[in-house]
Ligand binder design. Structure first.
Ligand code: AGP
Length: 613
């Protein structure tokens, strides 16, 4: 998704804008640009390039600007192909206003016709340029007033940041559904799409709500209501993340760093939600939420992509341990399905970014129908975290790689602990039973560390198979969602075709794919109800000379006999098995993608947070 940065202060703006954009690269983009104002107000200095920020930096090399304010943008194309012309910022007709934008203007065609009739000439195919002309058409010396009038005409979901040539010490912004956060500095202020762009400069932030307007000058931050300008008092939050957490360190890719951070994520999760007594507590949930969860009639788990796979595991967990009827839904389906959900139900929204448009819309639909909403989110202060009735954080820290890894493991463990916790609340599980589970959970960080330390088998399997363009992933029960997740990891970073299936479904179609050229990844940890069924599936694959890659419990000779490659994992309880089987899947996808020289952290066409439909 697009990334936005704005700065006003006493320092040279261009390096700050560029560094901010580099911290937003992970959101996914195809072009980038900046606009800044020279102190003599002679006009905007605009520099835009298709491709990576490095191209922009090369163009800017040595160009003096002496600007102390500016705006920057990384574009993920929606309207108009990726190109230098379509890159942001965009200027109004007479170059008096510059604008960057994240979102979609749904009525841009109608507005564009109107502006053309007024004599505006358009250079790009973007909807954003329409906003630039519209704001400038209302500009008579007051940028805020012009933006408010323009926003009243615009339909859609958006975050705008703009500057006026005549007002070098002022950056203005407004949002509806797309994220914007203000960074409060000393003698300087910032606005950006998310906190990662601000952390190098400040950890004091204000999260903007929908239909709020903010005016930044070097000295102050003024927030008001978009519709009537009424001042809004905002809390200044302190972000706990450190800037270096959002850097690669000694790793070649963010994704690999984040895979290796997973033991620490699990440890932080356990330290936060498991008490010294071995019981489980979610202190962010107030009594009202706990009472509701205690008596809720049904749980709906709603999410996208990898978070959806966590939601599928969550469904098994809530039904097995809390004994609550539970459905798992893809957000984009749930939001349009007129779901049969009401005030006695609980809707759980799982999301790393907290900004996914479909999940946010699904949350709003569930609230509209009266359901109690709980968000399981990684990014503090994100829109979904703020709009849900209650929030439980996955403590993964900033996840920069587009492919979600450590956040996924955080989701799986948090869901498992929460399901056990609800089981305890509903008297379905005794506290001693819960302590038994948390005793095993306490070993998970070391078990994941052990898996990470023995990746030779993954390397040799990837080395043998990286030229294959077609993979099948099979799992059952708690590991069926991980078959989907393994396939998603592989396809999204290596661009290979990969399909995840419930292994019991193999005979209903996918078995037709099996021959001596077909790799099949089988998730077959011991201690699961369906272990022997998985072995039967593997026999069927072998009988058709398929290439079996297994994820199996250490020492399992029965699996070894059937497999070309085996990724060994330590033994654990069935409830926690997806946490362990996910790790070799991540490493396997990562290795195959790097052997194919893919852009692992920013795969083509993908964005880290899908903030548009
Ligand atoms: C997973 O690797 C992908 N990056 C993608 O499927 C992601 O999980 C999905 O877009 C949901 O994002 P969210 O967790 O931020 O809502």
């Amino acid at each position: 998704m697009c990334g936005i940065i704005g700065y006003v202060g006493g320092r040279e703006a261009v390096p700050i804008l560029i560094k901010g954009l580099e911290h937003l690269e992970y959101r996914g983009y195809d072009s980038a640009g900046i606009a800044c104002l020279s102190p003599d107000c002679s006009g905007f200095f605009v520099c835009k390039e298709q491709g990576k920020i490095g191209e922009l930096k090369a163009r800017l090399n040595g160009v003096p600007t002496q600007a102390n304010s500016g705006i920057g943008h990384t574009r993920w194309a929606t309207h108009g192909a990726p190109s230098k012309t379509n890159a942001h910022p965009h200027l109004g007709q007479n170059g008096r206003v510059a604008v960057v934008h994240n979102g979609i203007i749904e009525n841009y065609a109608e507005l564009k016709s109107e502006l053309k009739r007024k004599g505006c000439c358009f250079k790009s195919d973007t909807d954003t340029e329409v906003a630039a002309h519209l704001i400038e058409s209302y500009y008579h010396g007051d940028l805020g007033g012009a933006m408010r009038r323009a926003a009243a005409r615009i339909q859609g979901f958006f975050a705008f940041v703009a500057m006026a040539k005549a007002e070098p010490n002022r950056v203005c912004a407004l949002k509806r559904s797309n994220p914007l956060v203000v960074g409060v500095g000393k003698g300087e202020n910032f606005v950006a799409s998310d906190v990662s762009a601000l952390l190098p400069y400040t950890n004091k932030v204000m999260y903007l709500e929908d239909d709020e307007f903010v005016e930044l000058t070097r000295e102050c931050v003024n927030v008001s209501r978009l519709k009537d300008g009424k001042p809004v008092r905002k809390q200044i939050a302190t972000v706990s993340w450190k800037a270096e957490e959002a850097s690669k360190g000694d790793f070649p890719h963010f994704m690999l760093k984040e895979i290796f951070e997973q033991p620490a994520v699990l440890r932080r999760t356990l330290q936060t939600y498991v008490k010294k007594t071995g019981g489980i507590a979610f202190d962010t949930l107030d009594r009202k939420v706990k009472d509701h969860v205690k008596r809720t009639g049904k749980i709906f788990v709603v999410s996208c992509g990898t978070a959806y796979h966590a939601g599928l595991v969550g469904r098994y967990l809530f039904e097995a341990y809390a004994r609550v009827p539970t459905e798992a839904h893809v957000s984009s389906e749930f939001r349009y399905s007129d779901p049969i959900i009401s005030k006695n139900d609980t809707a759980v929204f799982i999301t790393q970014s907290g900004e996914t448009a479909d999940t946010l819309a699904a949350l709003r639909e569930a609230k509209r129908k009266g359901a109690r909403t709980l968000a399981i989110v990684n990014v503090a202060g994100s829109t979904i975290a703020r709009e849900a009735d209650a929030v439980v954080y996955t403590l993964a820290g900033p996840e920069i790689g587009v492919a979600s890894t450590k956040a996924y493991l955080g989701q799986l463990l948090t869901l498992a602990l929460f399901a056990l916790y609800v089981g305890g609340l509903r008297k379905r599980l005794s506290q001693s039973a819960i302590r038994g589970f948390t005793r095993e959970a306490s070993k998970l960080p070391d078990k994941v560390r052990e898996i990470l330390g023995t990746s030779e088998s993954v390397d040799s399997a990837a080395g043998a198979l990286f030229t294959k363009g077609n993979f099948l992933f099979l799992g059952r029960g708690y590991n069926f969602p991980n078959a989907l997740e393994g396939a998603l990891k592989l396809k999204e970073i290596s661009y290979a075709h990969a399909h995840g299936y419930a292994a019991g479904e193999m005979k209903h179609g996918p078995i037709a794919l099996i021959d001596e050229t077909q790799p099949v990844v089988c998730l077959v940890p011991k201690g699961t109800k369906t272990y022997t069924k998985m072995l039967s599936n593997m026999e069927e694959i072998l009988a058709r000379r398929g290439i079996i890659i297994s994820i199996a419990t250490k020492g399992d000779r029965a699996v070894q006999r059937l497999s070309r490659h085996v990724f060994w994992i330590p033994d654990t309880l069935e409830i926690f098995s997806p946490i362990l089987t996910a790790v070799p899947l991540q490493l396997f996808a990562y290795k195959i993608a790097t052997l194919n020289h893919r852009d692992v952290d920013q795969p083509r066409n993908l964005a880290k947070s899908v903030t548009v439909e």
